[in-house]
Design a protein around this ligand. Structure first.
Ligand code: ATP
Length: 301
């Protein structure tokens, strides 16, 4: 009998993404408010003769299947920590868009880490798993935690935030991806010579999340990378305009883009805004998703 473990992991949208200056290590200081949304990848781990990765889903062709895949790196990092081999087959059922600014790769890293941990019974503490996540990438710890959280440092130092109600979102996926480092480089280019203030979390935004108030959240969302993403991908302006015209409370680029995110009042308006975006012909696919979503979860527990 073959034993396997499957973990479900959510995508994220940044409801605040404030970017500071470049640090000595090349990263930017961030004040990053993550919200996990109900769009999921599933990572299944099965013992194998060698470490290998497979992927299925609409964007599967763009996912690297070698050791650079964050799921493979997570398995190797956990195996190294516990002095064992990482011989597993990692299968990713991919529903999160690739290079879409929704932390899809980070989700797979967190998912593989939790799945291998359950398969191998390492007994690692939550803190140890979070440390490995932070080594894998700035967005990986949040994929493990889910819900809502403020990320400081380069985004990896998390403070969990209260969410007092459901928020309904529509996401428009673009025809091509955007590289996160390229968007940060464009942010630096556009801001060259300007004084960049230290990023701080918005108290009003944190309050809107805690109250579960979509109008208040819509009034406080912000993304410092939006201008850079639009500069590299000007067609996104038409998608944002189409969602606003269809009645979204607010429209923004998700993280480094190019996925665009639309906050709407309720599930019914999500369907209406999704239809209008599909009809607009300005994007590749459209999905609706509620928030908050739980973090990485072992299925069947
Ligand atoms: P973020 O929102 O964290 O900036 P993203 O959602 O924009 O990230 P990803 O989908 O994580 O982007 O993909 C970025 C790049 O990471 C891909 O182009 C790919 O080369 C690489 N990558 C490594 N592992 C994975 C994975 N498991 N799934 C998708 N991409 C991966």
């Amino acid at each position: 009998m073959s034993v396997s473990v499957t973990v479900r992991v959510p995508a994220k949208v940044n409801v605040q993404l404030s970017v500071g200056g470049v640090r000595a290590d090349g990263f930017h200081d961030l004040a990053n408010v993550f919200l996990a949304v109900g769009l999921y990848d599933e990572v299944t781990v099965t013992p194998s003769d060698t470490l290998r990765v497979t992927c299925a889903g609409p964007d599967a062709a763009q996912v690297p299947l070698d050791r650079t895949n964050l799921a493979a790196r997570a398995a190797e990092a956990l195996a190294a920590r516990y002095g064992r081999d990482a011989n597993v087959h990692l299968h990713i059922a991919k529903d999160i868009p690739v290079a879409g600014g929704m932390a899809g790769g980070s989700a797979d890293g967190a998912g593989a880490l939790l799945a291998c941990d359950a398969l191998w019974g390492t007994g690692a503490s939550r803190g140890e798993l979070l440390d490995i996540c932070a080594e894998l990438g700035s967005d990986v710890p949040f994929s493990l935690v889910g819900g809502a959280a403020l990320g400081t440092g380069r985004g990896e130092r998390l403070t969990v935030l209260d969410v007092g109600g459901a928020f309904h979102w529509v996401f428009a996926m673009a025809a091509r991806g955007l590289s996160t480092p390229a968007v940060f480089r464009e942010f630096d280019r556009l801001g060259a010579g300007r004084d960049i203030p230290e990023p701080v979390a918005s108290a009003d935004l944190i309050d809107a999340l805690a109250k579960g108030d979509p109008d208040a959240l819509a009034a406080t969302v912000s993304n410092d990378l939006q201008a850079a993403a639009l500069s590299l991908f000007p067609e996104l302006a038409a998608t944002l305009a189409a969602g606003r015209a269809a009645g979204a409370l607010t429209a923004l680029v998700s993280g480094s883009g190019p996925t665009t995110a639309f906050l709407v009042p309720d599930a019914g308006s999500a369907e209406r805004v999704a239809r209008a975006l599909r009809d607009s012909g300005t994007c590749r696919t459209v999905r609706t998703a509620p928030a908050p979503a739980p973090g990485a979860t072992v299925l069947g527990d």
